[in-house]
Ligand binder design. Structure first.
Ligand code: MGD
Ligand code: MGD
Ligand code: SF4
Ligand code: MO
Length: 708
């Protein structure tokens, strides 16, 4: 039963003892799948089982296990339900309960004090993607712009990937993922889809079953996704550019480059072909660790299979050469001409196709472009007052944080922690749980979950917009991000009409202004498909650049990608696809390359509080090749110290022959306290920005490993 009627109050539901109702919703988490959900609302007014909607053709009834058991998270006894004020030293975890009015008054007082003493830009509202709902995620920007606070430059997830894709294709868009079902060769390039976006497997497996399609998987360890592959391509971290170049070398060499297509749709093809002459499979094999024959065989298959679909993930972009490598990989289906065919081409993200008008949600009419932008990924250096990170402005004196857990998820964690411990820094954190970040706060505020507020969702991995309506009342005194921002705005005398609107009014305004159906229609329909035409999705009307061509040669320093500045060693970036040797290569002192990949039962640092996820993942561990382990005298279950100049983390060794020698993998972002020495995995990752527009090289770390 699907009930679309407006939500009834919990009192009514509790007393009427009505049966379980199944209501439509959307998964709010930061996952390209953005699944369409069916949520059981129990007679007691809490949520019960969660299932994938069958009626939505991308979700197709399938969701991941961690969200299927969402009741564990929503009804968790440790959810934050009341505002808290710190009573002990910073980071001590000693808090006392206070009222909402007192909490909001205190926050406002400290933000106003920072503004008076150091200017509005000493306040930095900081957020990310705990919920992907447009109102609850992005509404904080309205406060930022209305007050002239330091702006937030979101870099941590997509910048290396998107800048690389944009450089070639000119638009963050691609083929409809459901077309995978019509494909004969599907390459999952650096996405562990079984763990991180399970629906990709639904559509890929359909092609295998119905057409005998081949599945190729490119990764740096044998993930559950690679275990399903016909063609596993296990490479060294940060070497995707080399593999892509060799594949294209073979395409040109063996007559599989589609010259007529290139003539019409690409720029710089001759320069690329000439440049690739020396980028042979032998050359690439030595860099990426594959056998020459594996590269030849895969390239031959790409060249002889018109319906070749590339589902390109984010993992390989989290290296210092990640943007260049993304551009190189995105070049393959252009050289092969795969884009012309149904079931061919590529999909990285559809995020560039929605065209939202976000003035009301984000207060864009109040945005002053002269206000500095601070780089999300560099929160450590910023809080530690490093001059280049502060972009010429005042020190940050106050942080207001929603929707993210930077003490756990941001790179260079020792610096982040030291920054949060500054006595002169005020920190307010709006959260669902006592995360590593909330633990460091002066004031903690309890937040609603997605079934407890209204929001609007787009998807990165499929073309739908969806409504996630409020289904149940929140526990205790939890308030939504929007409520908190509006309440603060009143106290801070920040002005914008958006503060006075309800979430539903903001959603309706945004839908209408963006040329979409109004909220009532969307609610009735649950989701609306917004797929592009085949021609647009396949760039057959031209790529996104002004000249409508795919660009093989890139002037990275003048890339048209919105950024406050260019980051990292942009000037040294090769113009054409290549292996750019700026990664943290292993040395004698730090002989291992560490990859910090996502864990199946967590989502970033979310779900690290739910018992089943914690039980399934176990203690934070390190996958290491048995021969490397033997050389160190390490056995499965031994505690090892993983160290580099940024810090040291204790992990449990797990011997695994699915990594190359010299590569170690830790699947997680577990809280610091889950680790024996109280330091989390991002202690080892660097906050130096990835060229050309920032981001963190989470999978590009040299480390030493020793038995403790
Ligand atoms: N279960 C679960 N799901 C998630 C998340 C999670 O933490 N857990 N995170 C969510 C978020 S925020 C995002 S952005 C997406 C990301 O999902 P994906 O697009 O899948 O990207 P990543 O998770 O960063 O990494 C995916 C794979 O890249 C591999 N990899 C790392 N370095 C390299 C390299 O140099 N070359 C190659 N070829 N592969 C490499 C890793 O081993 C990993 O298997 O997933 C989302 N979904
Ligand atoms: N080592 C390593 N680090 C990584 C990565 C990696 O692969 N390796 N991946 C990186 C990537 S891709 C990303 S996107 C980032 C993600 O980093 P984050 O966006 O910080 O992701 P989460 O850890 O899930 O934290 C989101 C927090 O928001 C809270 N939250 C959820 N909904 C709401 C809400 O409605 N209101 C409020 N106030 N809070 C809410 C959740 O409880 C959770 O604690 O991590 C990055 N960090
Ligand atoms: S697969 Fe992703 S979008 Fe779907 S339910 Fe799981 S976390 Fe949510
Ligand atoms: Mo992400």
């Amino acid at each position: 039963m699907n009930v679309h009627a407006p939500n009834t109050s919990p009192q009514a539901s509790a007393t009427a003892a009505r049966p379980v109702q199944t209501r439509a919703s959307v998964c709010p988490h930061d996952c390209p799948s953005t699944c369409s959900l069916e949520v059981d609302v129990m007679p007691d007014g809490r949520i019960g089982r969660v299932r994938g909607a069958k009626a939505q053709s991308y979700t197709a009834g399938v969701i991941c296990a961690k969200v299927a058991r969402y009741a564990e998270r929503a009804n968790h006894p440790e959810r934050l339900t009341h505002p808290l004020m710190r009573t002990g030293p910073k980071g001590s975890g000693q808090f006392t309960r206070i009222s909402w009015d007192e909490a909001l008054d205190r926050i406002a007082e400290r933000l106003l004090e920072a503004e008076r003493a150091h200017g509005a830009q000493s306040v930095w509202p900081y957020y990310y993607a705990g919920t992907m709902g447009l109102v609850m995620r992005d509404g904080i920007n309205r406060l930022t712009h209305a007050k002239g606070y330091s702006r937030f430059f979101a870099t941590i997830c997509v910048n290396p990937a998107w800048s690389g894709y944009m450089a070639g294709a000119g638009r963050i868009s691609g083929a409809d993922p459901r077309e995978m079902a019509a494909s004969d060769l599907i390459t999952l390039w650096s996405t562990n889809a079984v763990a991180t976006q399970v629906n990709v497997m639904t559509h890929a497996m359909r092609a295998r079953k119905e057409r005998g399609a081949k599945l190729a998987v490119v990764d740096v360890y044998r993930t559950p996704t690679m275990e399903q592959a016909d063609i596993p391509l296990l490479i060294r971290p940060g070497t995707d550019g080399a593999l892509a170049c060799a594949v294209m070398h073979v395409l040109f060499r063996d007559g599989h480059a589609d010259r007529a297509y290139l003539e019409r749709y690409a720029r710089d093809s001759e320069a690329l072909e000439a440049h690739l002459k020396t980028r042979t499979p032998d050359w690439a094999a030595a860099i990426c660790g594959l056998a020459t024959e594996e590269i030849e065989a895969y390239a031959r298959l790409v060249g002889t299979t018109p319906r070749a679909f590339f589902r390109i993930g984010y993992g390989f972009s989290r290296s210092r050469n990640g943007a260049l490598n993304m551009h190189a990989v995105a070049s393959i289906p252009v050289v092969a001409g795969s884009w012309q065919h149904e079931g061919g081409g590529a999909l990285h993200s559809l995020s560039g196709t929605y065209g939202w008008r976000k003035k009301m949600i984000e207060g864009l009419d109040k945005l002053d472009p002269r206000t500095r932008q601070l780089d999300q990924s560099r929160i450590g250096p910023i809080l530690m007052g490093e001059e280049d990170a502060l972009a010429g402005g005042p020190p940050v004196k106050a942080l207001f944080i929603q929707n993210t857990n930077p003490v756990a998820i941001a790179p260079d964690q020792e610096k982040v922690r030291a920054g949060f411990l500054r006595e002169d820094l005020f920190v307010a954190v709006h959260e669902q749980f006592m995360t590593d970040t909330a633990q460091m706060a002066d004031i903690v505020l309890p937040a609603t979950m997605f079934t407890e507020h209204d929001d609007l969702y787009q998807a990165g991995g499929h073309p739908h917009i969806q409504l996630g309506p409020k289904l149940v009342e929140p526990p205790g005194e939890c308030r939504s991000n929007h409520e908190v921002i509006a309440a603060l705005a009143r106290r801070l005398e920040a002005e914008h009409p958006g503060f006075a609107m309800s979430p539903r009014e903001l959603i309706d305004w945004t839908l209408r202004e963006s040329g979409r159906a109004p909220i009532d229609e969307l609610e009735k329909a649950r989701f609306i498909e917004v797929a592009q035409s085949f021609e647009d999705a396949h760039f057959l009307n031209g790529f996104g650049h002004r000249d409508k061509r795919f660009h093989f040669a890139v002037d990275w320093a003048s890339l048209g990608f919105p950024a406050p500045a260019k980051f990292g060693p942009v000037a040294d970036m090769p113009s054409l696809p290549d292996h750019w040797a700026v990664i943290e290569e292993a040395t004698a002192e730090h002989p291992f390359r560490l990859v910090t990949a996502p864990a199946r039962n967590f989502l970033n640092s979310s779900f690290t509080e739910t018992p089943t996820s914690v039980a399934r993942e176990g203690e934070p561990s390190l996958l290491i090749h048995p021969e490397d382990a033997a050389a160190l005298g390490v056995a499965t279950g031994d505690l090892v110290a993983v160290e580099n100049p940024r810090g040291r983390v204790a992990l449990k060794a797990r011997l695994f022959d699915g990594v190359l020698r010299g590569v170690v993998v830790s699947e997680q972002i577990q809280p610091a306290r889950a680790h024996r020495e109280g330091r989390g995995i991002n202690t080892l990752t660097g906050a130096d920005p990835v060229a050309p527009v920032g981001g963190a090289a989470f999978h590009d770390n040299r480390v030493r490993v020793e038995k403790i």
